[in-house]
Design a protein around this ligand. Structure first.
Ligand SMILES: [Zn+2]
Length: 280
């Protein structure tokens, strides 16, 4: 390995933010906060431990994920309820907002729509910030635990990874086979999960989630949503996942309708304006 003479000078160049968000359409949090004070519950779904469940939320309604019984991490998938090809885009959400998301930030959808699917309206773990290890909560860096990586690293057939849980839940919601449902399952928002990258090797790490029963993460549905949430077999993700070893608990999903008068000036975002000719 040859180290160039100006190596230090090259390393000393300051970074530039890839996607400055000053021009990103921002949610009207004042309006959403006002709407939040009028919420009426319209339904709920309980996600069993080491399993997943689906739920639907009309555009303009809210949904809330709550820790019940014990510290538990959830893996969330979102689709446009009217077109499963439009789904949560974890990578672009990360590029726009950073490695972890909280109140005031959004879950963005895949190309070509690239629009806000959901806006985070309340996060009871917002106080956590970033810890001394560089860890934070609700990441868009992990993918989801899955039986393929498990097979690669440990061998064996484990059927209750989040990937499989989400696949089974979506299959049963749509009345299709798991094999048909699987391609729709995508990289998740890791709800309540505490993660980061190690400073020395840059490896993805997890640590015991700070979530406690009663903690919530709340979302405003910007478009009609179909969601699926898996209660990860890793439980609070303090030790292992992809097995039945960790203590696991259910997660509660609740759907709420606001007083429509509070959203008089709100419009569901339209799909991205790029003309899709790609210069051809
Ligand atoms: Zn998982």
């Amino acid at each position: 390995m040859t180290i160039p003479q100006d190596a230090d000078a090259r390393r000393a160049i300051p970074p530039v933010i890839c996607y400055p968000v000053e021009t990103l359409p921002a949610p009207d949090m004042k309006m959403l906060d006002a709407a939040r004070t009028t919420l009426v519950k319209t339904g709920e779904v309980t996600v069993p431990p080491r399993d997943a469940a689906t739920f639907t939320v009309p555009a303009g309604h809210f949904f809330r994920i709550t820790s019940v019984e014990g510290s538990q991490v959830g893996d969330l998938n979102l689709w446009n309820a009217n077109d499963l090809n439009e789904r949560f885009y974890s990578g672009k959400t990360r590029a726009l907002h950073g490695t972890h998301i909280t109140r005031g930030q959004r879950m963005w959808s895949s190309f070509p729509a690239l629009r806000p699917m959901a806006t985070l309206t309340h996060d009871s773990l917002e106080w956590y910030g970033k810890d001394a290890f560089g860890g934070s909560v609700h990441d868009v860096i992990g993918t989801r635990c899955d039986p393929y990586t498990h097979q690669l690293l440990s061998g064996g057939q484990y059927h209750h990874c989040c990937h499989s849980n989400l696949t089974r839940a979506l299959a049963s919601h749509l009345g299709i086979t798991p094999l048909e449902a699987e391609p729709h399952v995508h990289d998740v928002l890791n709800v309540f999960m505490c993660t980061g990258f190690t400073r020395d090797t840059g490896q993805y790490f997890m640590k015991a989630s700070p979530v406690r029963p009663g903690d919530t993460l709340e979302f405003f549905a910007e478009i009609d949503l179909l969601g699926a949430l898996s209660a990860c077999p890793g439980g609070d993700c303090s030790t292992v996942h992809s097995s039945d070893q960790a203590e696991c608990y259910p997660l509660l999903i609740e759907i709420f309708a606001p007083d429509p008068a509070t959203l008089e000036n709100w419009r569901s975002p339209s799909a991205n304006g790029y003309d899709r000719t790609h210069g051809a």
